[in-house]
Design a protein around this ligand. Structure first.
Ligand code: NDP
Length: 390
């Protein structure tokens, strides 16, 4: 039996992971499941899978969690420290699927016990990629990508040498506003931005797809995960989301990963790695699909891609500033304080504000410094939102 934990179990990635685990329950010994506000789902899955412990990030909900688990011997805990402790519990495989920078400390804790970490939480790589990878190396841990593009690149690289790689191309569906006139984007509503044409995902990542902030994060994630320079990373708009990524080699070959838009493929690949197992995903009928389309991304429609390149050029802790500003701007858009296109203005303003304060972006990358600059960037982004809203 493999001991497994799912951090962010109640979310979209977490639920897809649990779906796969529930299909072969005898193979897994579930250690910890964590969530935040969705106590009913957390408790239900903990009971179904007979987990050792269920943890909510929200300590005001501990009594609710205890009540939902009454009559079982499943442990209950609450708070961000309890999530980190859950990640430290010995397990062979841990899914990191908490949303946002809150996933960083639990991801580091999981790596510190030398486990295999299936990394969906791209924010932790964007904020502190160097630190995460170094922690993994120091404890002989393995990190497997779960983002569909990075899983695709990882799969295309099996048996290859990184020296032979000329470029990595990650595809983007273009999200909800791919075909909108650019001048209409400032009027885009929350409901329109929350409606993804291809993928069924959480609301935040769906809006990030419409703004391309998700792809901007993934470009940085690619740089961190595969260690390739920014100029070797390209984004290609591919509306059908069937080719997830391509790797170009020095001999001119392009290896493309083609698969359905179903996160259970990438999750399943990470769960069974290095083996391939039957997965409950659609088999593509390419003859029926008939054609696949591609186009170059336009920085005017998606300024987030240009900002990501600036961040990679700046390095230091600018990834943490970028992520915190992006999360705060997204909160501002969801709350109706700023318009859709103002999100990229807020992120650019925040990077500029933090850059102007010496000793922050160029500080050493430690967990404390990353969390500190994350806090400062959120405050600066909030101030930028207030300035624009007021
Ligand atoms: P969701 O919003 O659906 O789920 C997020 C999870 O994190 C939930 O379990 C939520 O709990 C929990 N959570 C929220 N806030 C906190 C906190 N402060 N501390 C601890 N846990 C918290 O997100 P997704 O599943 O869509 O995404 C998860 C991660 O995977 C993100 O980093 C995302 O970028 C990445 N990803 C997602 C993909 C997708 O298809 N959805 C694709 C590729 C990557 P609760 O729901 O109980 O409040």
């Amino acid at each position: 039996m493999r001991r497994v934990s799912v951090l962010g179990a109640t979310g979209s990635i977490g639920q897809n992971t649990i779906d796969l685990i529930k299909r072969a329950p005898k193979e897994y010994d579930v250690v910890a499941l964590t969530g935040a506000r969705n106590i009913a789902q957390l408790a239900r899955d903990a009971i179904d899978l007979d987990a050792e412990i269920a943890v909510t990030a929200d300590d005001t909900l501990l009594d609710d969690l205890r009540a939902a688990l009454e009559g079982t011997d499943i442990g209950a805990a609450a708070g961000s420290d309890a999530i980190v402790e859950a990640a430290y519990r010995p397990a062979d495989w841990i899914m990191s699927a908490i949303v946002g920078a809150a996933g960083l400390a639990p991801g580091m804790a999981a790596l510190a016990q030398g486990t295999t970490l299936a990394l969906a939480n791209k924010e932790s790589l964007v904020c502190a990629g160097g630190l995460l990878l170094q922690t993994g190396r120091a404890h002989n841990a393995t990190i497997l990508p779960v983002d569909s593009e990075h899983s695709a690149v990882f799969q295309a690289l099996v048996g290859e040498r990184m020296e032979a790689v000329e470029r990595i191309i990650i595809t983007a569906s273009g999200g909800a506003f791919r075909d909108w006139p650019i001048e209409d984007l400032p009027q885009a509503t929350l409901a329109q931005a929350s409606n993804h044409p291809n993928w069924d995902m959480g609301q935040r990542i769906t809006i990030d797809s419409a703004s391309m902030f998700n792809k901007a994060m993934e470009v940085i994630e690619t740089r961190e995960f595969f260690g390739v320079p920014p100029e070797q990373i390209e984004v290609l708009v591919h509306p059908q989301s069937m080719i997830h990524a391509l790797v170009g080699f020095h001999d001119g070959a392009l290896m493309a990963h083609v698969g359905p838009a179903d996160m259970r493929h990438a999750i399943g690949y990470a769960l069974h790695h290095p083996h391939r197992r039957d997965l409950p995903v659609e088999r593509l009928d390419l003859a029926a699909i008939g054609r696949l389309d591609f186009r170059a991304p336009d920085d005017r429609r998606w300024p987030a891609l240009r900002i990501a390149r600036d961040v990679m050029a700046r390095r230091g802790l600018s990834g943490a500033v970028f992520n915190a500003a992006k999360e705060t701007a997204l909160d501002g858009f969801i709350a109706g304080h700023i318009g859709f296109t103002q999100m990229s203005d807020i992120v650019a303003d925040t990077l500029e504000a933090l850059e102007a304060q010496p000793g922050h972006i160029d500080a050493t990358m430690t967990l404390d410094n990353v969390l500190h600059i994350d806090h400062l960037a959120r405050k600066a982004a909030q101030a930028a939102i207030q300035k624009r809203a007021g």
